[in-house]
Design a protein around this ligand. Sequence first.
Ligand code: ZN
Length: 330
Amino acid sequence: MRNISKILAMILLSMVFLILTACSGRDETRTAAPANDNNARTEAKTIKIAYLPITHALPLYIENELANDNSNSFRLELIKFGSWPELAEALNAGRVDGASMLIELAVKAKENGIDLKVVALGHRDGNVVVVSKDINTVQDLKGKNFAILSRLSTHNILLHIMLKDNGLSYSDVNIIELPPPEMPAALSEGRISGYCVAEPFGAQSVAAGKGKTLFESHELWEGSLCCGLVLRNDFIKNNPEVVEEFVREYVNAGLKAEQKDEDVKNITAKYLKAEPGVLDLSLEWISYKNLRLEEKEYNELVGYMKETGLSENPPGYGDFADNSFIDKVK
Ligand code: ZN
């Protein structure tokens, strides 16, 4: 009887040992799977990217439609936000891995200690100064209401450049902050005489014949910066191979977006509401080529941010931009 108990105890012990070994073996496989392992490749890493439904984020829409297949080491998850502050807060808190966001917001976040990097631009140019029909020159805007979404934006910088180039300053116009969807109505009702904001809200007024273009952004600031593709630095450090592939597909999506053909317009329609005529006009003003942030233009950007009081101590170019991934794209 005692022997039987002994044997049973030994069997039990062996089973426990076997179970423990099996468990630890499984864990090791899960954590130590190399990136080039066939099993690991099927478990694509999810990249959560925040965006606002504007034409400026178009390469992300294209990438989401074209690059999410099994051959990639990542799966893109686009998360839509209703405003820049909400988007920035999610990025700062690490609820998303990255975002297509106003580059001024990214500079400010970095200045405030959020560890992020711009790995590519969202686009170049693509903003316009829209005015009512009675405005023919910048001087005509003197004493009039002019709307922007927020001071911390390219639109504010474009307004600053336009006024400065024409011998005016902020104090010569009444700057009011409005949500973009309200701007076309405010212009047509005469509550404002002009505005500058992300697209397609400028094109809405022009296409409807309620307003006209006083300047396209490139006329005020050649190759102007606006949105950047930003990633949290911890995500980059932990997933360099995934980021390399993600950025390569992003740049390719930008080249596809630049074709501005029916295919591109059909994809865009899934992500933002715009009448075909409005989208066509909006796409005329924007460029998705050459999405590498250059040092000279970054210095120009932070120069404007200092001039307009948006930044006191902006991060250095090398600290802000990480071009190591875009430079590998052939
Ligand atoms: Zn933009």
